[in-house]
Design a binder for this molecule. Sequence first.
Ligand code: PMP
Length: 404
Amino acid sequence: MSLDHLFANRTSRMSASEIRELLKLLDQPDIISFAGGIPDPAYFPRAAFADAMTVALSEQSAGVALQYSTSEGYTPLRDWIAAHMATLGVPCSRDNILITAGSQQALDYLGKLLIDKGDTALVGWPTYLGALGAFNAYEPRYDRLDPSDNRAPEQIALEAAEAGGRVKFAYLSPDFANPTGITLTQQERRTVLARADALDCAVIEDAAYQSLRYDGEALPSILAMEIEQTGDIEACRTIYLGSFSKTLAPGLRVGWVVAAKPVISQLVLTKQAADLQTATINQMAVAHVAEAVFDTHVETLRAVYGKRMHAMLDALSANMPTGVTWIEPEGGMFVWVTLPNGMDAKALLQDALAANVAFVPGGAFYADGSNANTLRLNFSMSSEAKIIEGIARLGAVICTAMGE
Ligand code: PMP
C-alpha cells in the first residue's frame, strides 16, 4: 500500500542522494572511482579497535559498555575531546561537549533546534550535500554564504524577513571543504564571524577534515578565533562540529559538538528525544583508541593521503586540456574541477563510466542545482598508481567531449 498521501509536507524536500545512488553502480572491478568521499579502510586502526573492544567487553567493563548511559556522552571520551580541543586553541570543559552519532547527527539536531519553516540558512555555494539533506527536513530557505559577498548584512536580513523568517545560522567547513577543498583565510574567517555578529545568527563550523592537513600551516578554527576575541567560550555564537569518521573510522558513528553550555543543554534535550545517547560501547572504543593512537595515526593518514593528493594534482596538470581548471587543496579528500562553460558533468559521467572511471557531478552540491560544469574528485580511496591511471582516463574522456 502506498502511504505517500500521508507523508508530511517536509518529506517533499527529501530526495535520494545522487552520490549514494551512484555509488551503487561502482561495484565493477575495473572501475577507478573518484566518486566516494570515504576514508581508505586499509588504514583503519583495526588492531587498536580490537584491543579496545576486548577491554570494553571484559568482565569489569561490560556492564558499562552494554548499558544505557548519559545523553551527554561517555565522560572519559568528553574529557579526551576537551584536552584535544585545548590543543586546537579551544579551552573548554566537558560540559561544553556533546557526543553525537557522527557529525551528521549534529547537523540534523541543529536543523531541528534552529530552523523554523522559512528561516534562512546561509550556506556555501556549493556546500556539503549531507548538510543540505539534514537541514531540508526543517524547510529552510537558503542564501549564499560567500566571504566576498558585498551585500550589507541589513540587506541579507531584509531578504530573509521578506521570505518569512530570519537568518538563523551560517554553515561552513573552513578547512578543506567538501566538495571544493577550499580553506578559508583568517581574514575570511573573521569576516564570517563579523557578519554573523551583525546578523545575530549562529555559526555552525563543520570541522570534519580539520586534522587532515598535508601542506601549509594550520589555521585557527572559527571557534578558536571567537574565543580569542571574546575570552570565553560561553560568549561564543560558534557551534563547532568534530568527527572521528575521517581520522579513526566512520563505522562507529562517533562525533562531537563543542559550544556554549546553554546550546549543549538544548542539544542534550534534542538527543534525549531522538535516540537517548550515542552507542556506549562505540564511545568507549573510540576513547580507548584515541588515547592510544590518535596522534600517530593521524600522522600516518596525513602522509598517505598527502601523497595521493599530490599524485592527483600532478596527474591533472599532465592530462587535462586547456580550459579545465581545478582548485589545489592543502588537505582533506577532494579536488574540485571546473569544465569549460556549457559542458555538463552529468552527461560526461556516462562517458567516464564507459571508460571505467567515476566522479561526482558538482551540480548536486549547489542548493539550487546550478553549475552543471563542475565535478568532485576524491583522492583518499585510490592508490597513487590508480590515481595516475584514472586521471589519464578522465583526461582522455574530457578531451574527446571537448572535440580535441
Ligand atoms: N561534514 C562533512 C563536511 C562531511 O564531508 C561529512 C562526511 N562525508 C560529514 C560532515 C559527516 O560525517 P560523520 O557523520 O561521519 O561525522
